[in-house]
Design a binder for this molecule. Structure first.
Ligand SMILES: [Zn+2]
Length: 457
């Protein structure tokens, strides 16, 4: 008897998810070409950005997008500042105020939060795309889902909730309650799946048994969806969450509030995230320095650039995400044709050590990969001040020992390994386990020295 395949062969949108990727891109190019002429009439921002383009640019394929300028976060920020009574969302508000039914906000981890508008059709478009991600990540009708993002207005709030309801799962919005209440309600309501930031999933995994025992109820949890920050692609972090929660169904997901809150999700292979928003968003991979397109191929690296071609209210065309990704694969045993990626870091987080660029996530991933048996999965880089990007001296790195170790030897081993692998110097401080703060939202991978010393006001 052949063992049952882990691949279900079920898709949210079978046609678009299994069509050859080149055909999906050609179809998207046609949709974008049809959308562009009206975009300039609807959005003053795009009237300016696209002023030099022909009225009806021909787009035979997505490669034709190279003729369009990029949209930068600063463009959206400047557009937002041009707000008026009729355009409270600024001059990229491309729908009349009366047609806008919802505002969503970026989390504002860097700078002033950006706020986006949705028409009723936008809400529907988002719900379908996000449902596609949740379905790819294994959520089904009949699942009882704990949604653990606490703020309704952020991209991971109401839009994610809409996605769960669109799949047909039972939404239990437990985000925002104290951890004990969350765990008790999850067990009482037979919650079978949860969605949380990777940091919160880790936090929960470390306390699961202790809190769970107090409830006197068994757990029904079998599926975990994580996202909101890179990390779930990291095998040691993954293992820690799997062991803590006693399950093996662990799927990374990712989106971008500026474009669409969830667009990527892992399938049964649990090996990189598929692009699942092809019905309303086109994605390009580009070289972040030259801006040239990078072909989707195994191992290719680049920055993700998005064009939302079904967006009414606050559109985005060739939007530079500043998310850097590596392609894990362009074919998959699940039958989906979209590329699979892992995010390697964000431009905003990049550090420069004597001319060498390094992402904090790369340092974290290397330390956990090589020393995961000796350090806790929470560690942090310490900067001298908030805006520090350049380091002429070794980058301060705080790790926690997982058990009794020779701290001096461990620090020296990590410093030597990072220097040989990433060509940057770190100065390691080994702390006792549980010293670094662990939050229920996102653990900061980078801290500022003054803040960590608790300078009195
Ligand atoms: Zn797959």
């Amino acid at each position: 008897m052949t063992p049952r395949s882990p691949f279900s062969g079920e898709y949210w949108n079978a046609e678009l998810e299994t069509k050859p990727w080149a055909e999906v891109e050609r179809w998207q190019a046609g949709r974008i070409a049809a959308m562009l002429p009206a975009l300039r009439r609807r959005s003053p921002l795009y009237a300016r950005l696209h002023a030099a383009l022909p009225d009806a640019p021909a787009l035979g394929s997505l490669a034709g997008l190279a003729a369009l300028p990029f949209t930068l976060k600063d463009d959206l920020r400047a557009a937002q500042e041009r707000a008026s009574a009729e355009q409270p969302f600024g001059d990229n508000q491309a729908a009349p105020r009366a047609n806008i039914v919802q505002a969503i906000s970026s989390s504002g981890t860097t700078g002033t939060p950006l706020t986006y508008a949705l028409t009723a059709r936008d809400v529907d478009t988002l719900a379908d795309a996000i449902a596609n991600v949740w379905f790819t990540a294994g959520v089904r009708r009949g699942d009882i889902v704990a949604h653990l993002v606490g703020l309704p207005m952020v991209a991971g709030g109401l839009p994610y909730a809409d996605g769960f309801r669109r799949v047909g799962a039972t939404l239990c919005w437990l985000g925002g309650f104290p951890t004990e209440r969350i765990v008790r309600d999850m067990r009482r309501l037979r919650v079978s799946a949860l969605l949380a930031t990777t940091s919160f999933a880790l936090y929960l995994a470390d306390r699961w048994d202790d809190i769970g025992r107090d409830t006197g109820l068994p757990s029904s949890l079998v599926k975990v969806l994580g996202g909101g920050e890179p990390g779930l692609g990291q095998p040691e972090l993954r293992g820690r969450i799997e062991r803590g929660l006693r399950l093996t169904h662990l799927r990374e997901t990712m989106g971008l509030g500026d474009v669409l809150p969830s667009m990527w999700g892992e399938c049964e292979a649990q090996d990189g995230m598929h692009f699942n928003a092809q019905r309303s968003v086109a994605v390009e991979l580009i070289d972040p320095d030259s801006g040239q397109a990078v072909p989707w191929a195994d191992g290719a690296r680049g920055e993700l650039v998005y064009t939302a071609f079904e967006r009414d209210a606050t559109p985005a065309v060739r939007y530079r995400s500043r998310d850097h990704a590596q392609v894990v694969g362009v074919r998959c045993a699940c039958g989906r044709t979209s590329p699979r990626i892992r995010v390697t870091g964000r431009t905003d987080d990049m550090l420069i050590y004597k001319g060498m660029n390094v992402f904090p996530t790369a340092i974290r991933d290397r330390v956990l990969q090589r020393f995961g048996d000796r350090v806790e999965p929470v560690l942090r880089i310490v900067k001298d001040h908030k805006d520090q990007v350049r380091f002429d001296d070794a980058i301060a790195l705080e790790v926690e020992s997982a058990r009794a170790v020779d701290a001096t030897a461990l620090a020296a081993a990590i410093e030597a390994d990072i220097r040989s692998q990433l060509q940057v110097r770190v100065a390691v401080t080994v702390l006792p386990p549980g010293t670094l703060p662990r939050g229920t939202y996102k653990n900061a991978l980078v801290a500022v020295r003054d803040a960590t010393k608790g300078t009195p006001p």
